[in-house]
Write a protein that binds this ligand. Structure first.
Ligand SMILES: C[S@@+](CC[C@H](N)C(=O)[O-])C[C@H]1O[C@@H](n2cnc3c(N)ncnc32)[C@H](O)[C@@H]1O
Length: 265
C-alpha cells in the first residue's frame, strides 16, 4: 500500500509505523495518513536527527539530515573555543534562531553537555514543539521575530549563534516535493526573491549579539553561498564556507574577532 502510494522506502516506513502503532486501528489510520501524503515524521510524531528522536508535530518543519552538518560544525567550533579556555568554567551560550522543532539546539546540547540555550521561532506551533524538545535542557524558547524576543542581556555574550532559516527562493517553492510544499508552513520555506531575505536580517545583527571570538553559522543553498559570504563580510564578521558533498549541505560561518589583549602594566 505504501509502495503503491509512492513511498520510496516502503518497507522501512512500514516497520516504523508498525512499531509506533498501539492498535490495529491506529496502524490503519497512520497508513492512511501516510498514503494521503503526510510526511512520515508527522505521522510518527518524531524525526531522527543527529541520533536523537525529536518530536515533530504536524505543521512544523521536519528537520533535515543536511542540517546535521551545521550542528557538527557548531560542535567543532564550540569545542575548539572550550579547549582554548578553562573548560571547567565554560558553559557556552548558544542561540538558535528560526529553531523550528528545536532539533539543532537539542543536538548541540546532547553533543556539548552543559550549554545555555536560547531558541526563537515566529510560528507558535514550532515554539510549542521546541518547548517539548528542549524542556529537559532548561532552554528558554521564545515566540517572535529573530532577535526581537531575546533578553538584551545576551548582547555581546553569544558564543554560538545558529540559524537554519527559510532560504528557498519564492519561485522555487512550487518545485519542492508535495510533502514540503503542502505540509510544511510557507513561513518555514520562503526566503523571498533570492532566498536570502531572512538570512540577511540574521547576519546584519549577528555581530552585536556575538561574544568576541563567537561564531554565526547559517545554512544556505550552494548557489547562495557567495552572496551570503559577501553579506557576512560586510557585517564585519570573518567569513568561511563549509561544504559537505555527502549531505549536500552548505554552511556559512561568520566569526567575530576575538577581543584584543590589553597589555597589562
Ligand atoms: C527551514 S525551517 C528550520 C527549522 C529548524 N531550524 C530546523 O533546522 O529544523 C525555518 C524556521 O524558521 C522560522 N521562521 C521564519 N521566519 C522567522 C522569523 N522572522 N523569526 C523567527 N523564526 C522564523 C519558521 O517558522 C521555521 O520554523
Amino acid at each position: 500500500m505504501l509502495r503503491g502510494a509512492g513511498c520510496v522506502f516502503a518497507e522501512d516506513e512500514a516497520r516504523l509505523l508498525i512499531e509506533q502503532a498501539r492498535t490495529p486501528a491506529d496502524l490503519a489510520a497512520m497508513v492512511s495518513q501516510r498514503t494521503a501524503g503526510l510526511p512520515l515524521e508527522h505521522v510518527l510524531g518524531w524525526a531522527q536527527f543527529c541520533g536523537l528522536r525529536v518530536a515533530v508535530e504536524p505543521g512544523v518543519f521536519v528537520p533535515r539530515r543536511r542540517t546535521e552538518f551545521l550542528v557538527r560544525q557548531a560542535v567543532g567550533l564550540a569545542r575548539r573555543a572550550n579547549d582554548q579556555t578553562d573548560a571547567a568554567l565554560v558553559r557556552p551560550v548558544v542561540v538558535d534562531l528560526c529553531c523550528g522543532s528545536g532539533a539543532a539546539g537539542a543536538a548541540l546540547a546532547a553533543a556539548l553537555g552543559r550549554i545555555e540555550l536560547y531558541a526563537v521561532d515566529l510560528d507558535p506551533a514550532a515554539v510549542r514543539c521546541a518547548r517539548r524538545n528542549l524542556a529537559a535542557i532548561g532552554a528558554q524558547v521564545y515566540e517572535g521575530d529573530l532577535y526581537h524576543p531575546l533578553p538584551t542581556t545576551l548582547r555581546g555574550r553569544v558564543n554560538v549563534l545558529i540559524a537554519n532559516a527559510p532560504y528557498v527562493p519564492t519561485e522555487a517553492i512550487d518545485l519542492m516535493p508535495p510533502e514540503a510544499r503542502i505540509h510544511e508552513p510557507r513561513v518555514a520555506l520562503d526566503g523571498g526573491g533570492d532566498g536570502l531575505d531572512v538570512l540577511r536580517r540574521v547576519i546584519a545583527a549577528a555581530a552585536t549579539w556575538l561574544a568576541p571570538g563567537g561564531h554565526l553559522l547559517i545554512e544556505t543553498g550552494q548557489r547562495q553561498a557567495q552572496q551570503a559570504t559577501e553579506t557576512v563580510t560586510r557585517s564585519g564578521l570573518i567569513p568561511e564556507v563549509s561544504r559537505s558533498e555527502e549531505l549536500n549541505a552548505t554552511v556559512i560561518i561568520g566569526t567575530k574577532s576575538p577581543a584584543r589583549n590589553v597589555p597589562s602594566g
